[in-house]
Design a protein around this ligand. Structure first.
Ligand SMILES: *Cc1c(COP(=O)(O)O)cnc(C)c1O
Length: 393
């Protein structure tokens, strides 16, 4: 069904529908590496682009295409490119849009490896990168060089929960001829639509909210126009970080409940944030839904809700954090986020361990910072678990 004129929830349920010979209610898993051509001419037409038949799963596959079209429709983009992981999406975008002698400006607090691959790997190919606090757009303007071609932001950012004004970035990008890329993992298209705010490319780790069940790793990119879409698809196909058909099927299944999962988990998150903010052992809480968050007004402007992830610090610092993590039992001590289960982790020693201490501090990733991703369990159980853990400090 073409769902482009339908509401968000209808798109979630029917956006992945494809024509199928047996009338299956769900997208079948086309678990095949290759596709038979009808004859020599058909094979030639598929390769030349005259026919849009399938050739080989690294290039395209019907199950994967269903997910790509569905998420592209949710993000109001031209088309989507599913990848093996969120990092596969980020690597494909960097590979497509950067080159020797080019310069990228990125938010300083981004997903650790998204920064690490620029610092440690793309730097070897003569790609320059500047990491700035993009929450203040002035910092972006100051960092622009004649060879800058990409502005890469993550909002809310991992794990500081700082927000960046997408519309303001789009204006800067347009004026200086930069391609604006937004990592929308923390919000999902349910809460935030970067392309509508002027971004050129949006990407996700579907491992998080889009799939939502902590049972697969995957990524997706959506481009606003055909030219950039083709550039990125080429990079993905040549790098070989395609999604697998079963991964796509699982993600399509998880996607259907994105809106109701997000609603419940952000309702829980608001209560957790308020509980933590009033707890004597908690030094600070950063959740976009709290009026104390420095970008609360921006959150209200560019997001439809405040999401389910927060960070907080304990008065007892690193040791208290360690104690808390060893004394919660319902919240899983695990990296990742955006699933139906509540997760807790310590970025300084875990997800952002690869970032140098100096860069961590500059990006606001302090040693006492604990990241909490709120699931859809009963709120009383989540809060009691935290309460018991905090009592042990
Ligand atoms: C997890 C995450 C990624 C990386 O995704 P993978 O699926 O783990 O490769 C990228 N960006 C953000 C914001 C993330 O949370």
């Amino acid at each position: 069904m073409n769902t482009s004129d339908k509401g968000f929830n209808t798109k979630l349920i029917h956006g992945g529908d494809i024509d199928d010979v047996f009338g299956s209610a769900n997208v079948p898993i086309y678990q095949t590496s290759t596709f038979r051509f009808k004859n020599a001419q058909h094979g030639a037409d598929c390769f030349s682009g005259k026919s849009d038949g399938y050739i080989y799963t690294r290039i395209a596959n019907p199950t994967i295409r269903a997910l790509e079209k569905s998420v592209a429709d949710l993000e109001n983009g031209f088309d989507g490119i599913a990848t093996s992981s969120g990092m596969g999406a980020i690597s494909s975008v960097y590979m497509a849009l950067l080159g020797a002698g080019k310069h990228i400006i990125s938010s300083d607090a981004v997903y650790g490896p998204a920064r690490g691959i620029l610092e440690q790997d793309f730097s070897r190919f003569n790609v320059e990168a500047s990491f700035v606090n993009t929450s203040n757009p002035e910092n972006i303007i100051k960092a622009i060089q004649p060879n800058t071609c990409v502005l890469y932001i993550e909002t809310p950012a991992n794990p500081t929960m700082n927000l960046t004004d997408i519309a303001a970035c789009a204006e800067i990008a347009k004026k200086h001829n930069l391609i604006l890329v937004v990592d929308n993992t923390f919000s999902s298209p349910y809460l935030q639509k970067p392309l509508d705010l002027g971004a050129d490319v949006v990407l996700h780790s579907v491992t998080k909210f889009i799939n939502g069940h902590a049972d697969i790793v995957g990524g997706i990119i959506v481009a606003k126009d055909k030219k950039i879409y083709k550039q990125i698809r080429h990079a993905m196909v040549y790098l070989g970080c395609n999604m697998d058909p079963t991964q796509a099927y699982m993600t399509l299944r998880g996607l259907k409940t994105l809106a109701i999962r997000m609603e419940r988990s952000q309702e829980n998150a608001m209560k957790v944030a308020e509980f933590l903010a009033n707890h004597p052992k908690v030094a600070w809480v950063k959740y976009p839904g709290l009026p104390s968050h420095p970008h609360h007004e921006l959150a209200k402007k560019q997001m439809k809700g405040f999401g389910a992830v927060m960070s907080f610090g304990l008065k007892g610092g690193y040791q208290a954090g360690e104690k808390l993590m060893n004394n919660v039992h319902l919240a899983l001590l695990a990296v990742s986020l955006g699933g139906v289960e509540t997760l807790i982790q310590h970025p300084a020693s875990m997800t952002h361990a690869a970032v140098s201490k100096e860069n961590k501090l500059e990006a606001g990733i302090t040693d006492d910072l604990v990241r909490f991703s709120v699931g859809i369990e009963d709120i009383d159980d989540i809060i009691n678990d935290l309460k018991n853990g905090l009592d042990k400090i």
